[in-house]
Write a protein that binds this ligand. Structure first.
Ligand SMILES: [Fe+2]
Ligand SMILES: [Fe+2]
Length: 172
């Protein structure tokens, strides 16, 4: 039965974005290289929560095919979002702005300043994330999926079954 403390905990939990589940921390650490771990730690708690869920679903779907670099792709596919510096509220505005102005216009905004520049960078998070991971020496499939995770399947370079499992596990 949920007493008052339980209710308070649940309420606070809905306001404060949680990071990855504590039970997943060791598994995540073991799934990332030293360089990738450094990038993981720059991600927001909400992004890490999302990514840990994606990685768990991918592992369940692929079984032994969920190699370390594939799990790393699930964990880090959105790492480029950090570059924009947008918080939750800014991202909502960014997503709406892109819907109104169009993707191409939004990409051009990265040449501007202030908020529109942040939106431009947010839109480019796949490319920015892939760059970060490439520089960190990530495996090819990790870098490729990060660059390709918002592209249609016919533009993927990752193996189709791997891409399909990663896409299905990604609920954003
Ligand atoms: Fe993304
Ligand atoms: Fe995602």
């Amino acid at each position: 039965m949920g007493g008052p403390l339980h209710l308070v905990k649940r309420f606070v939990g809905s306001l404060v974005p949680l990071g990855e589940p504590a039970a997943d921390r060791e598994w995540i650490r073991d799934s990332l290289t030293e360089g990738e771990w450094g990038i993981w730690r720059t991600m927001s708690r909400a992004d890490r929560r999302h990514a840990a869920g994606v990685a768990r679903r991918v592992e369940r779907a692929l079984g032994h095919e969920a190699t370390r670099p594939v799990v790393a792709a699930a964990l880090l596919h959105d790492c480029g979002k950090t570059v924009s510096g947008l918080g939750t509220y800014g991202r909502v505005i960014a997503t709406l702005s892109v819907k109104v102005a169009g993707h191409e216009q939004a990409v051009a905004w990265r040449e501007t300043r202030g908020f529109t520049r942040r939106v431009g960078l947010y839109v480019l998070h796949p490319e920015l994330g892939a760059d970060l991971l490439g520089m960190a020496g990530s495996a090819p499939v990790t870098v490729a999926w990060t660059a390709e995770h918002h592209l249609p399947a016919d533009q993927w370079t990752v193996p189709l079954d791997i891409g399909e499992a990663l896409k299905a596990a990604d609920d954003d």
